[in-house]
Design a protein around this ligand. Structure first.
Ligand SMILES: Nc1ncnc2c1ncn2[C@@H]1O[C@H](COP(=O)(O)OP(=O)(O)OP(=O)(O)O)[C@@H](O)[C@H]1O
Length: 990
């Protein structure tokens, strides 16, 4: 239990005043010594040979030398600080008249106004110092606040407002002074004084003025002990409201209240010298103080009823005594011997009050808006009252009747309180009796059960007894008839008596056994209840474990979702890589295409150049021929012209064929490039299709997986053990199936890619082959052309040699032409060769690039597939782990259940065995046996006789009886050998 719940003790201080002038003059001996340091007060005196020596310890002790400031600084400052924190605090001054209560509380009030520096005089008491501290603190905090004070006097159980303005009416001063204020319940468990003036003050000086005004009004009466002694209680209250702002900017009002109570003198009436008119006064004062004492006693002794309502003082201070207020009592004593009796009484009283426990609570802070609303409500209520008073349309009743009704109301409230207490007591008694009744009913049922068992046992025993009696009778009858076996009969009689005795002993034992059986049954019941508790615990544990399992399943689901998201991410990254590779491939293909186009253009340019060169040569040749026409013979020239024309035509034709072939090559290259484009387009389409398929597949897989997981987890909670295994299997199947699908799709993709790559390879090799064949053919044709040219050249040479004589200069021209043709031919061949080698190089490079792109793409695909597989493997491993964890939990449960069942079964079996054993023992005990202890009656034969009889051989006895023809004797003999007789011995013999 926390300190707050236990409560906080009322703080009790003791103050001993110095000797007064009168006491000093009369040289009164000192009986009270204070040890401020040890917080102890010692009282010692010899009165009529009786030595009084007592020591009291308090929370704080202030000796005669203690100044007002010392007491305030040490004891009151913390209390005022708590008021400023929002607590309600009360400070009482209690003690005999003239011991310094008023001095402690008020001090020299008239001189207590602050000086120029705001200092208080040294004699200022608790009230002015507290007021100053409050205002100083509030001003130093720069807080927004409001301070209200009330000052009332309680005299003869009548409350007077000491701050009420003096009315200028015709009523006498006495009447004015007697103007009482009613005490009412405020509906919140507290009390309020109706019509009590609440003065709002803004400075300490204002309070001092009010205090002086109130003090002057206080009723005083001369007594023998103290000329200025106050015969009334006074209550000065300061209520502080401080505005605070929360970090959210909300305005809150903190409220604290300080009650400063100067009680009337606690001395004996006779000692105070009050007489006649004062007797009532003293009586009433005592009533309040007596009630205060009774309240303190009730609180200290924790009595059910605390008589707060018995006096107005205790009603007003109810919250300060055992309530939520922090309370401090300052007990004042005189050191002089003539006050010894009162001093001891005060010390005892204060020491008792130390044990009162309050439960201080800080006042709840109010919202400013709520406070304003409350105040509006109050204003409305007061307005209504004022209106009712002015218009006289309220309820008016004579004063006497009002007071009578008030007192009746009070009496009724008291009655209600007492009835409530009685009801509480009755309820407690009822609960107690009910408990006892239930106990008695239980005992009764136990006893009736016992009685039933005992009656059954008794019935059996009486049957046995009756049977034995019958046998005895028969035996007696036989004895009468047959005198000669008298002695035997006696023995048999004794044996029967002995048997009865044994039976009785057995019966008693059976009763004892019954008792022990009941005890055992009781123990068994306890064990059952323990078992039940264990079962309950187990159930709770099981429920908890199921909760854990649910959590695990939920966690597993979330993990699965995470895994799926991972897979999705991985697929995305894979597709990204895939896209990148495709893009690269496309780019490379485009580059290759550009390269091809540029090569073709180069070839075309070469062809054009070649053609242009050839045309130039032909023109040159033509011009040469025409220029040499005159010098060459008509016939040979015409022949040569014809041959040259044929040669030129052939050459042109061959060039045309060569151009056609090159065009064809270019077309085929174009076709090849187009095919390549188509293939790459197909590849791209396939890649996007594969991507789409994979995405769809993953989405479907995820959806079905989620659905499956969700439904499985729901079912799992309903029927864990079965469904966990199903769930695992299904998940495994699903995962495997999906893995197989994915693997298959990825294998398909790979195959498709391989196929296409091989197709591309084939196309490339085909193109290469074609290109090579074209190259070979072009080379061959070029060679042919060169051969043809060489042949023609020879022919030309021949023709030229024939015409050398006639066309010497033409020969030179022809030679140069021949040389030029040769040059052009070799240039053409070398250009074609370089073209072929370039084309071959670029083709090879192209092949290499395609191969490397293919390899890279394959590697990427393989790597991503591997990653994907790995990821799936990790996922399935994690899945398997979480499922294994769940299975473990389930196994643990089933093991616990199994162990529990085994334990329970073992316990039940042992209990059953014990019970069975007990019953068996019980029934065995009924069976007469040689070991049964024998309790003999005085006329029963001794153990020795019985033993000797028992030791007789059975056969000889039987023989004897047979000889005597006496069945009775035979039976008796049988009876005497009980150990040989079965459970129903006589019936067996019969
Ligand atoms: N500690 C003290 N130091 C000096 N003088 C004191 C002290 N205590 C009390 N006195 C003086 O004793 C006289 C009686 O004190 P006070 O009137 O406060 O007694 P009281 O207990 O209030 O009496 P009553 O019950 O009649 O009101 C006063 O003149 C006061 O100055």
């Amino acid at each position: 239990m926390s300190q707050k719940e236990k409560g906080v003790n009322v703080q009790v201080l003791l103050r001993c005043r110095p000797f007064s002038d009168d006491e000093l003059r009369s040289n009164a001996p000192q009986v009270v010594t204070c040890n401020d340091h040890m917080r102890e007060v010692a009282v010692s005196q010899n009165i009529a040979g009786k030595h009084i020596d007592r020591v009291f310890t308090f929370d704080k002790v202030f000796g005669p030398s203690a100044r007002q400031k010392d007491l305030y600084d040490q004891a009151i400052i913390p209390i005022v600080n708590e008021v400023l924190e929002g607590f309600n605090c009360t400070i009482f001054a209690y003690g005999q008249t003239g011991t310094g209560k008023t001095y402690t509380m008020e001090g020299e009030c008239k001189r207590s106004k602050s000086g120029p520096n705001g200092e208080l005089p040294a004699e200022a008491g608790v009230i002015p110092r507290a007021v100053k501290q409050i205002f100083d603190t509030l001003e130093s905090q720069n807080a927004e606040y409001s301070v209200k004070v009330t000052f009332l006097e309680l005299y003869n159980e009548e409350i007077t407002d000491l701050l009420a303005p003096e009315e200028l009416s015709k009523v006498s001063l006495e009447e004015k002074q007697k103007k009482q204020l009613p005490l009412m319940e405020d509906g919140k468990g507290g009390v309020l004084v109706r019509g009590l003036e609440e003065e709002i003050v803004t400075s300490a000086n204002e309070i001092f003025t009010l205090l002086e005004r109130g003090s002057a009004k206080r009723r005083t009466a001369e007594t023998l002990l103290n000329k200025q002694s106050s015969r009334s209680h006074s209550l000065f209250s300061i209520t502080i409201h401080i505005k605070e702002a929360t970090p959210e900017g909300e305005e809150l009002i903190k409220c604290g209240k300080l009650n400063l109570v100067d009680l009337a003198g606690s001395e004996n009436i006779s000692r105070s010298g009050a007489r006649e008119g004062r007797a009532r006064e003293a009586g009433e004062i005592n009533k309040s103080l007596l009630t205060l004492g009774r309240v303190i006693n009730a609180l200290v002794e924790h009595l059910g009823h605390v008589p707060y309502r018995d006096s107005k003082l205790t009603r007003l201070l109810r919250d300060s005594l055992g309530g939520r207020t922090k309370t401090c009592i300052i007990a004042t004593v005189s050191p002089a011997v003539h006050c010894l009796e009162e001093t001891l009484s005060t010390l005892d009283y204060a020491h008792r009050a130390k044990h009162i426990k309050n439960k201080p609570e800080v006042n709840q802070k109010m919202m400013k808006s709520t406070l304003i609303k409350d105040l509006y409500g109050e204003i409305e209520r007061l307005k209504a009252e004022v209106y009712a008073t002015r218009e006289k349309n309220g309820v008016y009743i004579p004063k006497d009747r009002y007071y009578q009704e008030e007192s009746e109301k009070k009496a009724m409230a008291d009655q209600i309180e007492q009835m409530g207490l009685r009801i509480e007591n009755h309820q407690k008694q009822y609960d107690e009796l009910n408990g006892r009744y239930i106990e008695q009913v239980q005992q009764c049922s136990d006893l009736s059960n016992k009685l039933d068992t005992t009656q059954k046992n008794l019935k059996k025993t009486s049957e046995l007894l009756a049977y034995t009696e019958d046998e005895l009778k028969k035996f007696q009858y036989t004895v009468k008839e047959k005198d000669y076996i008298i002695s035997e009969q006696k023995k048999a009689e004794n044996a029967l008596a002995h048997q009865a005795c044994v039976l009785r002993a057995d019966l008693e034992k059976a009763l004892q056994d019954n008792a022990s059986l009941f005890l055992k049954i009781g123990r068994e019941d306890k064990l059952s209840s323990d078992n039940r508790a264990v079962v309950n615990n187990f159930q709770a544990e099981l429920a908890q474990q199921v909760g854990y399992l649910c959590n695990t399943v939920a966690t597993s689901l979330s993990e699965q979702n995470e895994h799926l998201q991972c897979v999705e991410k991985l697929c995305h990254s894979f597709l990204g890589v895939h896209d990148k590779v495709v893009l690269d491939l496309r780019k490379k293909v485009a580059d290759l295409r550009n390269l091809y186009i540029s090569h073709i253009e180069a070839v075309q340019n070469v062809v054009r150049l070649h053609k242009a060169g050839s045309d130039d040569v032909l023109e040159e040749l033509a011009s040469l021929i025409s220029s040499n026409g005159d010098s060459i013979q008509e016939s040979s020239l015409s022949t040569q012209q014809g041959e040259l024309a044929v040669f030129a035509r052939d050459l042109r034709n061959r060039f045309n064929v060569s151009v056609e072939q090159i065009k064809d090559i270019s077309d085929r290259s174009q076709e090849f490039v187009d095919k390549l484009f188509k293939e790459s387009k197909k590849l791209e389409d396939f890649a996007s299709e594969a991507e789409q398929m994979q995405m769809n597949c993953i989405a479907d897989f995820r959806k079905s997986f989620e659905e499956q997981s969700r439904s499985d987890s729901e079912k799992l909670i309903a029927d864990m053990t079965t469904l966990v295994s199903d769930h695992i299997r299904r998940q495994m199947d699903l995962v495997d199936e999906k893995l197989v699908d994915l693997r298959q799709s990825s294998v398909n993709s790979k195959t498709f890619l391989d196929k296409h790559v091989s197709t591309v390879g084939e196309i490339m090799s085909h193109a290469k082959r074609k290109w090579e064949s074209f190259c070979v053919q072009a080379e061959k044709e070029n060679k042919d052309t060169a051969d043809y040219s060489a042949a023609k050249h020879c022919r030309m040479e021949l023709l030229m040699q024939q015409s050398v004589s006639t066309a010497g200069s033409a020969l030179e021209h022809v030679k140069s032409t021949h040389k030029a043709v040769n040059e052009k031919g070799s240039k053409h061949v070398s250009a074609s060769m370089s073209l072929i080698s370039n084309a071959r190089d670029s083709n090879e490079q192209h092949d290499m690039e395609i191969n490397s792109a293919r390899v890279a793409a394959e590697e990427d695909v393989a790597k991503n597939s591997e990653d994907l597989y790995e990821q799936f493997d990790v996922m399935s491993a994690q899945e398997r782990e979480s499922i294994a964890g769940m299975l473990n939990v389930v196994n643990n449960h089933s093991n616990t259940l199994k162990t529990f069942r085994e334990d329970h079964a073992g316990q039940a079996a042992s209990i059953e065995d014990k019970a069975r054993e007990t019953f068996q023992q019980h029934y065995r005990d009924y069976e007469p046996s040689g070991n049964t202890p024998v309790r003999c009656e005085p006329d029963v034969p001794s153990k020795g006789t019985i033993d000797s009889l028992r030791s007789l051989p059975m056969e000889s006895l039987l023989e004897e009886f047979r000889e005597n023809n006496s069945s009775e004797h035979f039976e008796a003999a049988k009876e005497l050998k009980p150990s040989l007789i079965p459970r129903s011995p006589l019936s067996a013999l019969n």
